[in-house]
Design a protein around this ligand. Structure first.
Ligand SMILES: [Zn+2]
Ligand SMILES: [Zn+2]
Length: 287
């Protein structure tokens, strides 16, 4: 089987959503069964038979006060329970979709994150480090790189990634070397931390994703980098497969490269989730 376990139903930012709203409005809205089915159909056409929709937590009004950043607060307009209900209904209608969320790791919001996840019907919770206090590693308007020395960005990023892994809040760590997204190649000292970071992720028991999204960004390579992926495989860390698509056209983008990389470092199974419980499925060949 092939899966795509990191998908967004809309692009980031109000302007991009307004530009594309005609696509989902024609089907009854972005939470309509028709729009969710569009994702599943696009996946199936590419040989992918199970998807997880994992919207950013910053889209939901319940998380608005977790961060002082103005963009975060402007984005927080949606109702988390309406979102979960729509995905549960789609799943019950036979669409092979998991109820997921991309949950930022914000170290001073540990209790709020736990309360948000508790009692909601998630199949899979992705843990993402996008923010180092007020600076983002990937948001072009609020870049940590402009206020913090680049060595510090990498070292603080890995500190937070490990803290997220060890928090016990997450099923899968997303894009584990995200700071490279805009082309900031990891320094020798950043790479020197990889063995320690991998060992601590492995000890935490959390999975990682192999994401093709980096191929579509200035980084121009998978998350994680193939050397880092090899270290994860050697450490026995479970893996999911993901595109981080924000529109149906990008589902499973770059999968030939991702599947080859997984096989090349010795992975022969993907991790599946249901109700936050794991199982394994052999990696299908790219059709
Ligand atoms: Zn992300
Ligand atoms: Zn994402």
């Amino acid at each position: 089987m092939l899966t795509d376990y990191h998908l967004h139903l809309q692009p980031d930012g109000a302007a991009a959503r307004a530009e594309h709203a005609v696509d989902w409005d024609a089907l009854g809205g972005y939470l309509s069964e028709g729009w969710i089915r569009r994702y599943a159909d696009s996946a199936r056409a590419r040989g992918v038979h199970e998807i997880a929709v994992t919207e950013h937590v910053h889209r939901f009004a319940e998380a608005r006060d977790w961060h002082s950043n103005p963009w975060w607060r402007e984005e927080a307009t949606e109702d988390i329970d309406a979102y979960c209900d729509a995905l549960v209904s789609a799943r019950e209608a036979g669409i092979p979709v998991l109820v997921g969320i991309e949950m930022d790791w914000l170290p001073d919001r540990r209790d709020e994150i736990a309360a948000f996840l508790d009692g909601r019907p998630f199949d899979i919770v992705l843990g993402s480090v996008h923010w180092l206090a007020d600076g983002a590693v990937d948001h072009p308007d609020y870049l940590a790189w402009e206020t913090v020395d680049s060595e510090q960005v990498w070292s603080r990023y890995f500190d937070e990634l490990v803290a997220a892994a060890e928090s016990g809040l997450y099923d899968v760590l997303a894009h584990i070397d995200l700071p490279k997204v805009l082309g900031h190649v990891p320094s020798d000292s950043a790479r020197a931390r990889w063995p320690e970071v991998v060992a601590r992720i492995a000890a935490s028991g959390v999975a990682i994703e192999c994401s093709s999204a980096g191929l579509r960004k200035p980084a121009a390579e998978l998350y994680p980098n193939p050397d880092l992926l090899a270290m994860c495989a050697a450490a026995g860390i479970a893996v999911t497969l993901a595109s981080d698509a924000h529109r149906p056209a990008d589902i499973a983008a770059g999968y030939p490269t991702a599947v080859a990389a997984l096989r090349g470092v010795g992975y022969d199974h993907l991790t599946r989730f249901a109700g936050r419980r794991r199982s394994l499925t052999p990696i299908a060949d790219w059709a």
